[in-house]
Each structure stands twice: as C-alpha cells, then as structure tokens.
Write a protein that binds this ligand. Structure first.
Ligand SMILES: NC(=O)c1ccc[n+]([C@@H]2O[C@H](COP(=O)([O-])OP(=O)(O)OC[C@H]3O[C@@H](n4cnc5c(N)ncnc54)[C@H](OP(=O)(O)O)[C@@H]3O)[C@@H](O)[C@H]2O)c1
Length: 301
C-alpha cells in the first residue's frame, strides 16, 4: 500500500494522479492523505483517502496503517522541517519500508532558504533505516503561472532580480512520474536524483516564449533585489518568504540552476515536457481577463 501525502497540493496532486495510473495497471493499493475533508472529496474517483496532519502526531499512525511506501511532501514553509520529521518518525514506528522525499535543487550545498530546510529533512531520513529516494527538482514550469502570470495579465511584464541567470525549468508532472516509479523502491532505493528540465532559459528568453504562446508582447524587467523585496512585501508577502525567495534567486544568479542533463529523460523514458509545450497549454493565462479587457477597450473607445 502506497501513501501519497500533500495530495491537495500542486506536486502531491500530480504524484497521486501518476500513482493512480500505475495502480490501474498493477493493482497496487494506494491512499491519499489530506488535511481537510473538503480537499479529500476532490480525490480522483476510486482513490482511498485519509485525513491527517504532520503537525498532529496522533493522526499519523491511522494514515500509515498497512502502508509500505510513502511519498512525503509539504508546503515550502520553514516549519516543513519539523512537520516532515514528525512524518518520518511515524513511518519508522509504522514499519514503512520505503520513502520518496520531495526535496529541492540546492539541498546538496546551499545552506540558505528552501534548499537548507529540505536538507535537514533529507539528513533525518538518511539517519533512519528506511530505504529512500530523494527527489531534488529545479524550478517548476508551473511557477510561471503562479508567480508571473498575474503581473503579465495586468501589465504585460514580470519583474525579478535574476539578471541573465539560466533556469532549467522542469515540469511538476514529469517529477511526479519519477516519484511514482520511485515508490516501488528497487533500483531507485538509496538514490538522490537532481532533476532538471530539458533547456536552460534566461528570464528574457522566457518572456519571448510567453510572447509567442500568448500572442501579446511580454517583457521581463530586471530590478535590484532590494526593489524586488519591497515590491513583494508591499504585495503582502511575509518577510521570511520574501527573504527565502531572494536567497534562492541569488543561488540561481551564481549560475547554479542552469544544469541540463539527460537524467530526467532516462528516468521517465521519454523526452521531458519543454517550456514551449507547457506554455502552449495555457495561452489565455497571460492575457487580460475578459472583463478587464472589456474595461480597457471601453476606456480607449
Ligand atoms: N515550486 C518549485 O519550483 C519547487 C521546486 C523544487 C522543490 N519544490 C518543493 O516542492 C514542495 C511542494 O511544492 P508544492 O508547490 O506542491 O506545494 P503546495 O502546493 O503548497 O502543496 C503542499 C502540500 O503540503 C500539505 N501540507 C502543508 N502542511 C501540512 C501539514 N501540516 N500536514 C500535512 N500536509 C501538509 C498541503 O496541504 P493543505 O492543502 O492542507 O495546505 C499541500 O497538500 C515544496 O516543499 C517545495 O519546496 C518546489
């Protein structure tokens, strides 16, 4: 029995989808873990679900009943260290055989920001006797929708302090395929996979691609980190979050995020999804919403 945690989140949902696909062929049982019944109600048809919370230790043993393999993922918050530690302890107590851990690029060496938090969880996992696979993905394609589409919709531009840094964006759905395979353990046991996408793009090149797929002129505007920090805080972002984001950007600016290799393709058995393929699925996400466009048209009529 496989347990997929974080099943309401972007990564966990994609993993659940893949696990369900594999289970349809192999007959493997799986369970999806949610924190709320409202989210659990959205589980794919036929999925078994359980309500539990890494922060509520008593809720974890029932979620782990008869479970042999677990996919662990948590929101990118500083508390993920303690929360995922709780889950690892619960897995040890429940006799789980294999854990696939969602970590992040940079966990090998970067002692700041999200990678440093993930590293502490990796170290904890390795201190147990449970067999593991650690996944360290680069930045997701999906971030472009989450972080940049809103200002592109309203201003035709997105802002950051990335300079000419290159990012080997990777699709969360490809990472999910690796996670589903790794949950079987076997050849993936004891492995740490650094997972990069198929091309390393600067943000200016990303803007060109968004322009091509959305049919509107989109600019990347490079701004100093302190200006970006102020803008993030003005937009309501919490201080720790803005600092973690800027620290991660600094890592990319040092040239650490533009690696391209064949590992992902080898693991998933097909070419990884490209940024062009991803953007072609969401052209309207970068255009002004209809009502906003109608107002703009009315104002210029
Ligand atoms: N975005 C990137 O480019 C990128 C790249 C590399 C690695 N990562 C890593 O990938 C991970 C997942 O990212 P994501 O975008 O999928 O995050 P997400 O959408 O925020 O999903 C996080 C999941 O964790 C669950 N969760 C939070 N607190 C929990 C708790 N106390 N107990 C149990 N479950 C809890 C959430 O449940 P609720 O819905 O109930 O809150 C949600 O299902 C992060 O750790 C991030 O650092 C991200």
């Amino acid at each position: 029995m496989i347990l997929v945690t974080g099943a309401s989140g972007m990564m966990g949902k994609a993993v659940l989808h893949e696990v369900a696909k594999v289970a349809a062929k192999t007959g493997e049982n799986y369970r999806a873990m949610y924190r709320s019944a409202t989210e659990a109600a959205k589980a794919p048809a036929g999925s078994s679900t359980v309500i539990a919370d890494f922060g509520k230790k008593d809720s974890l043993p029932p979620a782990l009943r008869n479970v042999t393999s677990v996919y662990i993922v948590c929101s990118p918050i500083p508390q993920l260290i303690e929360l995922e530690w709780n889950m690892i302890d619960a897995c040890v107590n429940a006799g789980v055989s294999h854990i696939v851990l969602s970590s992040a690029m940079g966990a090998r060496e970067y002692r700041k920001s999200f990678p440093s938090w993930h590293r502490r969880v990796e170290d904890k996992l390795k201190s147990t006797k449970i067999s593991f696979t650690i996944l360290r993905p680069n930045s997701f394609h999906q971030n472009v929708l989450t972080y940049y589409a809103p200002s592109i919709r309203s201003q035709g531009a997105f802002h950051a302090s990335m300079g000419n840094a290159r990012v080997s964006f990777v699709d969360a759905r490809d990472i999910a395929v690796v996670a589903a395979k790794a949950l079987a353990g076997g050849e993936h046991s004891g492995k740490t996979y650094e997972l990069n996408g198929p091309e390393a793009l600067t943000y200016a090149e990303l803007a060109e691609k968004i322009t091509k797929h959305s049919g509107r002129d989109v600019q990347y505007v490079d701004i100093p980190p302190e200006v970006q920090r102020k803008a993030l805080l003005d937009r309501g972002m919490l201080e720790w979050q803005a600092d973690a984001l800027l620290d991660l950007q600094a890592y990319y600016v040092k040239g650490k995020g533009g690696n391209v290799d064949g590992l992902l393709e080898q693991l998933i058995g097909r070419p990884p999804i490209t940024m062009d393929q991803f953007l072609s699925e969401f052209p309207s996400e970068f255009r002004p919403h209809v009502e906003v466009q109608a107002l703009a048209d009315a104002a210029t009529a």
